[in-house]
Ligand binder design. Sequence first.
Ligand SMILES: [Zn+2]
Length: 447
Amino acid sequence: MRTRTPFPIAIRTALLSAALLAACRTLDRGAPSTSDAADRIRRDIAYLADDRLEGRGTGTAGNDSAASWLARRHAALGLRRVVIDTETAGCSADSPSERCRTFTQTFVARGPELAHSGKPEGVRTQNVVAMIPGRDPSLAGEVVVIGAHFDHLGRSTTGALDPEARDAIRNGADDNASGTAAILELARRFAAQPARRSIVVAHFTGEELGLLGSQWFVEHSPVPLDGVAAMVNFDMVGRLRNDRLIVYGVGTARELPALLDSANVEPKLRLNPVADGFGPSDQSSFYAKGIPVLHLFTDLHPDYHRATDDVEKIDAVGEARVVALAERVVRAIADRPSRLTAVRIAATPRMSPSREGSNVYLGTIPDMAAGDVPGLKLTGVRAGSPADKGGLAAGDVIVQFGGREVKDLYTYSDALYAHKPGEEVEVVYLRGGARRTTRVTLGTRGQ
Ligand SMILES: [Zn+2]
């Protein structure tokens, strides 16, 4: 619910004219494409994040309907079908017939999350994939994958941070209708003006259930995986604030830091580069195969994984700026004479197995960008949560939890999931440089 004093109509008209004038002036400065792009992005997000698609939960009618819509969009954009449909009569995996090609990569998704929610046999679902052939015959056999997951939580409370909203539809406008709209806009631009290398557009399902769609993709890739020069992932790019864009994976190829820097032209975004190629989204599936990756991210917010992540809160103009930067980055990777030099960073064990099925709850909102700060920096705490009651607040850096040292999100998760709901735990944190200690009583997720 929003409280807002309505302006009298005359003032509103005056404000509207002023806004229109300002918009025209922006157009005169030679940036008409940003506002056109923002309109398209907002329309696509509004479609995907409409209640009619019921939050696009993997294996639901809303998810299937979103996939059909994406396939129709690919057809309308004139993109090429690359997936071989082995279910069509007479088609096999090595069949060259055009009749056998489709946009949808159908599979049965299985994983611990699904098993946990009573579906050990998995659910039938689909990625939606297309290609824009490169214009340079000597490089067109190599591809840059632009990817985004289109699934969200649907009505499920698994993974939801607002269990009190029960089976309310979680529309996932930012997570990840925003990324889906971003790669549709990029597909449109690369179709109109192809790069030297080919571009593969990949909409993944099952991300929220454990990166299931992107894992299926890399294990059953419709294009040879050793031809993938890079993967650029878009997950939550619709909430640009203070011009700040987090970019994961900058350390996964030698050329990426400089390449990213030169792509960031005026009016610049404030880039927050993080070296790591592993993270909680689909780029991890590709980096595990040794492919250089980037993940663009406008950071967490209080609506993350809640029923309030709706299209009204999307900054489409900000997202259009992210897309403009991404287009320059993807073109730079796809047009350079030689491939990127991959840098492999040893995979570190991420989540302890004890996390599986744990329902312990503290209510912290971690700052995903603070990768180089030792400890877990918070962008906020949920109102009324155990963290809130314990006095933790935005800006605090947790350095010790229940006697265990906290170095990052992963050591924090391990420390948290070593406890049970109802336990009282000592938390050491830094606030404004001072070391403080508090005690929190852990809650239960879902209550
Ligand atoms: Zn998510």
